[in-house]
Write a protein that binds this ligand. Structure first.
Ligand code: 4IA
Length: 400
């Protein structure tokens, strides 16, 4: 058996508009495939994706986790000290950031986040017809996350466009890449400037990174770049994670009823929505040595595309993988990645989603689709531009 050569372009706009329609072909072709249009290897089965993510010495990140190879092409921005780094650098920065993004500091935030979610949802239920993207999926994270970091107020509207740019930049130089770069200058400049010590409020996670620099755990310049990681990774991801979750419930009203009957399923529901309709669809690694596969060789220095979202619906791993079922155990999903790079902010994402669900469940009987959802194409993210819904008010019949 040779490595199958496929003509599939996973960054083609038809693919990006409906990636799930193409995953069977990728998974069924073999454990490793070669994608002719982008000239790189790829894996879409759960077992192989997890194995590659675990094996960081072989599948490295420091040459970039997009299609562009930092060994031969200059990155569009200075590389991330977390995402685009390998041990030992990665372990030092990650250790520092793990302490900043502690569960304890998040727990303190939760009552305030819940109150904000409740106030938002009450306003929206009164309006009844809303855009679940702008009004919920964007509005809620933007009302809590920038304050968590301690970001200055002015210019926060640049956060989502900056995220969209960064995630498009992991793909090939297609139209999405070029359009993002053409519009990137202002948002990028604002984000870079916002990472400076003097622009970060005391007590926020940004200031805590600089406190680590003061203790000698990193340099001032590293602190600035680490704060940038929060701003790149923390907004467009949670926005679309929440958006995709609300869309999943709009498509599966019986699952929303199930959640209302048992609100303790909220945590599982968010995990299942990440498995079933995840935000981060793909990531690359680069091979650090020749790897023997199927009597062929993946040469050293090859880009390998990992289809996280396809792994998350691999029927080899999950029963009825295509079913959105909030009561199942989605644990083992790779929506937050896996291994040493697994999402640093995953608890932030969970707490945002849970605060929002806790506000919605008792107040909303049904999240009813009220128009055609519009996708926002992105080379990495499964994103929504708008999701018109009717929030059907609950009449106090809910158990909570
Ligand atoms: C960074 C994988 C994604 C959520 C991500 C994007 C950017 C960064 C980290 C993670 O800039 O460090």
């Amino acid at each position: 058996m040779a490595i199958p050569r496929l003509a599939i372009d996973p960054f083609d706009e038809a693919f990006l508009a409906d990636p799930y329609a193409h995953h069977d072909a990728l998974r069924d072709a073999g454990p490793v495939v070669y994608l002719e249009p982008i000239r790189c290897f790829a894996m879409a089965r759960h077992c192989e994706v997890v194995a590659a993510l675990k094996d960081w010495p072989t599948y490295v990140s420091a040459r970039g986790v997009g299609l562009s190879d930092f060994a031969t092409e200059a990155p569009w921005r200075p590389p991330s000290l977390l995402l685009e780094a390998d041990p030992p650098l990665h372990d030092r920065t990650r250790g520092l950031m793990n302490k900043v993004a502690s569960l304890a500091s998040l727990r303190d935030m939760m009552p305030g986040w819940r109150a904000k979610a409740e106030a938002l949802v009450e306003r929206l239920v009164a309006r009844r017809h809303v855009d679940a993207v702008a009004d919920l999926a964007e509005a809620f994270p933007l009302s809590v996350f920038p304050d968590l970091i301690g970001l200055r107020e002015e210019g926060r509207e640049h956060l989502i466009p900056y995220g969209a740019t960064a995630f498009n930049a992991f793909g090939p130089r297609n139209r999405l890449y070029d359009d993002a770069m053409a519009r990137a200058a202002e948002a990028t400049a604002w984000v870079m400037d916002s990472c400076r010590r003097e622009h970060l409020r005391p007590g926020g996670w940004g200031a805590l990174v600089y406190a680590a620099a003061d203790r000698g755990e990193c340099t001032e310049a590293e602190a600035e770049r680490l704060v940038r990681s929060f701003l790149t990774a923390g907004v467009d991801t949670t926005v679309n994670g929440i958006g995709n979750m609300l869309y999943a419930f709009a498509q599966h009203p019986e699952q929303w009823r199930k959640l209302r009957e048992d609100p303790l399923l909220a945590r599982k529901a968010f995990e299942e929505s990440l498995r079933w309709g995840g935000t981060v669809q793909t990531f690359f690694r680069t091979t650090s040595s020749d790897i023997g596969v199927e009597r062929e060789t993946i040469p050293e220095g090859s880009k390998v595309l990992l289809f996280l979202a396809a792994a998350n619906r691999d029927p080899r791993q999950w029963q009825r993988a295509d079913r959105f079922d909030i009561a199942r155990s989605a644990s083992g999903h790779v929506g937050f990645g896996f291994g040493i790079h697994q999402c640093l902010g995953q608890m932030v994402a969970r707490m945002e989603a849970e605060a929002l669900l806790a506000a919605l469940v008792p107040r909303v009987a049904e999240i009813r689709l009220a128009g055609a959802p519009v996708r926002r194409l992105n080379n990495t993210l499964h994103a929504l531009a708008s999701l018109p819904v009717e929030l059907v008010p609950a009449n106090g019949e809910c158990k909570t």
